[in-house]
Write a protein that binds this ligand. Structure first.
Ligand SMILES: Cc1ncc(COP(=O)(O)O)c(C=O)c1O
Length: 452
């Protein structure tokens, strides 16, 4: 077993970390995570940390779950990998049937890939090609929200709306029309909810009235814009978008990569408003957070447009080497069984109540300007001045300071700028939830108020 120092040495020599300014890496000695046990991560020194970010929003039933491990091991003994190009295998077929049963009605065709970005890329390409093959080739434009995040491949970046991440790639991207961000506290329309009558959603109507004939699809993170800082949409927002899309025959793509699989309190965020999109992107929690697998789901209307004789070339010419990997499918099937057996959504409802109560305390803190929550997705926004909402100087990296302080209290979390994000595993216990809340409250007090 290499020593911690040897691992760090190899890391410093060769690893380029995601979303990381490598000049500043690691700053402080990095944690070397060697083991996972339930909702805890264990480092090379044997120290334990509650996984408060679900290892980047993926962990559902906890790490190293015996049931998921067994399913993977059993699958490994049978078949490690086999392509879905020209062949099929039981896991991919069974999982597709399960997903089709779980998601809102009408989405009964499943196309696999490996990560959220590719699930989005596939949805964009499907939407585009759908219109090309449905006698409406002029429908080419995409609509998305300000502050959207849909992944890091170029199509996903095109529909993304976070200048910090996306601006530099501008010349490579396709044009996208934007809807205002549904962030009530900072309403760009200067209105307040509910008297606004969802004007931010209603803004879609004039755009489609003028340009609907050229618009292919609207893509949205349903109910919560995650990477933007857990921006929770007002009730009815998603429904309104869906209604307007229908009226103007524009496809609705629901990017449930972050919100899917119980995160928001329902199996899918769309369920919270009974919305049935035309395409749905799934990833992250699909395998319980154990192996990389993603899926893009389509309804019959979209699917039928791709059917034809061979020489018509209506095929969806897209596929990845590891598409529908059997091990990942086995993990996903075991995870879905656990959802039912452990009545996980009921447990999430209990945890959501605990979180809501604990967050009331945090919301009162001197430098907490807003707490946003939907199910087990939480954003705690810090500000230099609570009343005016004046932000801290970016160089202070207050969010980063808070998460480093939380590490000292046995919690791993990640910030989005100065928004502290909490995304505990869905199977967290009430005691673990309390530990998370206490550590976060103490860390915010330490960093923003200088309290020990
Ligand atoms: C809404 C949403 N879509 C897509 C992605 C991209 O997923 P991945 O990182 O697996 O490519 C993310 C990642 O955070 C996401 O939050």
């Amino acid at each position: 077993m290499p020593t911690t120092q040897e691992i760090i040495g190899q890391d410093l020599a060769h690893l380029w970390h995601p979303f990381t300014q490598m000049k500043l890496w690691p700053g402080e000695p990095p944690l070397v995570i060697e083991r996972g046990e339930g909702n805890w991560l264990i480092d090379s020194q044997g120290r334990r940390y509650l996984d408060g970010c679900s290892s980047l929003w993926v962990t559902v039933h906890g790490h190293n779950h015996p049931r998921i491990n067994r399913a993977i091991a059993e699958q490994l003994a049978l078949l490690d990998h086999s392509t879905l190009l020209g062949l099929t295998h039981p896991g991919a077929a069974r999982l597709a049937a399960e997903l089709a049963r779980l998601v809102p009605v009408d989405l009964d065709k499943v196309f696999y890939s490996e990560c959220g970005s590719t699930a989005v890329e596939i949805a964009l390409k499907m939407a585009f090609q759908f219109w090309q093959q449905s006698g409406r080739p002029e429908k080419k434009r995409f609509l998305a929200l300000e502050g959207a995040y849909h992944g890091d491949t170029l199509g996903a970046v095109s529909v993304g709306g976070m200048p910090l991440f996306h601006q530099v790639y501008g010349p490579l991207l396709f044009d996208v029309d934007r809807l205002p961000q549904p962030h009530c506290r900072l309403c760009g329309l200067g209105l307040s909810h509910p008297s606004c009558d969802l004007a931010c959603a209603q803004a879609l109507e004039p755009i489609l009235r003028r340009h609907g004939a050229e618009v292919c699809a609207l893509i949205v993170e349903p109910k919560v814009q995650g990477a933007a800082g857990m921006i929770v949409q007002p009730p009815g927002y998603l429904t309104r978008l869906a209604q307007i899309c229908r009226r103007y025959d524009v496809l609705l793509i629901a990017d449930e990569v972050a919100t899917g699989f119980g995160r928001t309190g329902a199996m899918f965020a769309c369920d919270l408003e009974g919305v049935c999109p035309d395409l749905m992107c799934l990833g992250k929690g699909l395998t319980g957070g154990v192996l990389p697998l993603a899926a893009t789901l389509a309804g019959q209307r979209v699917y039928q447009a791709f059917l034809g004789e061979f020489e018509e070339f209506k095929t969806f010419f897209h596929g990845h080497t590891y598409t529908g990997n059997p091990l990942a499918c086995a993990a996903a099937l075991a995870s879905l069984e656990l959802f039912a057996e452990t009545r996980l959504l009921e447990h999430v409802a209990v945890l959501s109540g605990l979180l809501a109560r604990g967050l009331e305390r945090i919301a009162q803190m001197e430098h907490v300007v807003e707490v946003r929550r939907q199910g087990l997705m939480v954003g705690i926004e810090l500000a230099a001045d609570k009343d005016s909402g004046l932000a801290y100087e970016p160089g202070l990296r207050m969010g980063h300071q808070v998460i480093m302080a939380a590490r000292g209290r046995g919690v791993v979390i990640r910030p989005l700028g100065d928004t502290v994000v909490l995304m505990p595993p869905l199977a967290s216990t009430p005691e673990e939830m309390e530990h998370l809340l206490m550590a976060v409250e103490a860390s915010i007090a330490q960093v923003t108020e200088g309290r020990a």
